[in-house]
Design a protein around this ligand. Structure first.
Ligand code: GTP
Ligand code: MG
Length: 305
């Protein structure tokens, strides 16, 4: 008896692009099955290219989640767009995300124009299908197909999980044959300090309603690991983080009345950190003013952008 031929093992890179807030990071997290990037309902949440690795019997798919492409208003904005363009050049497939709950607009057309310049296969994903009617989804699929010359156009909901598995199979099928690029247990190559800083920024994006989010950057000043006095087998981690805002007037917005907002940010971020590190965390937050950092090359470099 002969066994049916095994399909070849495939591996490679898929880059997720789309306008800010399109659902790229939520989809990345859903495909990986783990939180590799932070998510918020504010545009321009992601500020660097984040790799997430999907391990399957058929192959290994390395996702590169990118900042939303947009018309830049600051040097930070320009640098975020550069991150996307640098990423596009080196991937096997591009995943262009278009939300189902918003009309296709000039922001999507702007991205479609950039994609015309590359010959990499494109898969269009109509995201957030749980948040739109059947009719709206159908219209969006048609509008999306007209934007770019795509291999496939797939409706997906990262929140309900609908069609996520199908998208995964389809993307792996578009990768070249090749060996695994990452060890089995690795789901991201984000370093821990950056993940800690991002958890603080995510909590702040959620807790602060005013215009602060755009102006906020977080740096980790110190991480101290020691045995947990309550459980000598476990590690207790002390994290000291600095929240940089652009204007003095933004400081009280982050602190809140009697410090309640910063306290809430700390509690929320700490929960995420304890999950990430698998042990208790003491989180110490300070707010500082770093004047107009979004347009200052030196300050951007210092913050890692
Ligand atoms: N209902 C619904 N909401 C979603 C879905 N995916 C993402 N969202 C929401 O859309 C908002 C933006 O999601 P993100 O994943 O941060 O979007 P993004 O494209 O990474 O945004 P940037 O990093 O700013 O470019 C968040 O409030 C998400 O909860 C989905 O499948 N369904
Ligand atoms: Mg994102």
């Amino acid at each position: 008896m002969t066994l049916p031929d095994q399909p070849p093992y495939r591996s490679g890179f898929a880059c997720l692009v789309g306008r800010p807030n399109a659902g790229k990071t939520t989809l990345t997290n859903a495909l990986v099955g783990e939180k590799v990037g932070i998510v918020s309902n504010r545009p321009q949440t992601t500020r660097h290219a984040i790799r997430g690795v999907v391990h399957r019997p058929a192959g290994q798919l390395v996702l590169v989640d990118t900042p939303g492409l947009h018309k830049p208003k600051s040097l930070l904005g320009q640098r975020l767009n550069d991150v996307v363009r640098d990423t596009l050049a080196d991937v096997d497939v591009i995943v262009f995300c278009i939300p189902a709950d918003q009309p296709v607009g000039s922001g999507d057309a702007f991205i479609a124009r950039q994609l015309k310049a590359v010959s990499t296969p494109i898969v269009v994903v109509v995201t957030k299908t749980d948040a739109a009617s059947k009719k709206a989804i159908t219209e969006q699929l048609v509008a999306a197909s007209q934007l770019v010359d795509a291999r496939e156009v797939v409706p997906v909901s990262a929140v309900s999980g609908d069609q996520v598995g199908l998208l995964e199979d389809l993307l792996i099928g578009l990768l070249p044959e090749g060996p695994a690029l990452y060890p089995e247990e690795q789901t991201t190559d984000e370093d821990v300090e950056r993940q800690l800083a991002e958890l603080v920024r995510e909590a702040a994006l959620e807790k602060v309603r005013q215009e602060v989010p755009h102006s906020l950057a977080v740096s980790i000043e110190e991480v101290v690991r020691k045995p947990d006095p309550r459980d000598p087998e476990a590690v207790f981690t002390e994290v000291h983080a600095l929240l940089h805002v652009e204007r003095a007037s933004q400081k009280p917005m982050l602190l809140g009345k009697g410090g309640q907002t910063i306290k809430a940010i700390g509690s929320e971020a700490r929960v995420g950190m304890e999950t990430l590190l698998g042990g208790r965390v003491h989180l110490d937050l300070h707010v500082t003013v770093l004047g107009e950092w979004q347009d200052d090359p030196k300050k951007l470099n210092r913050l890692g952008y």
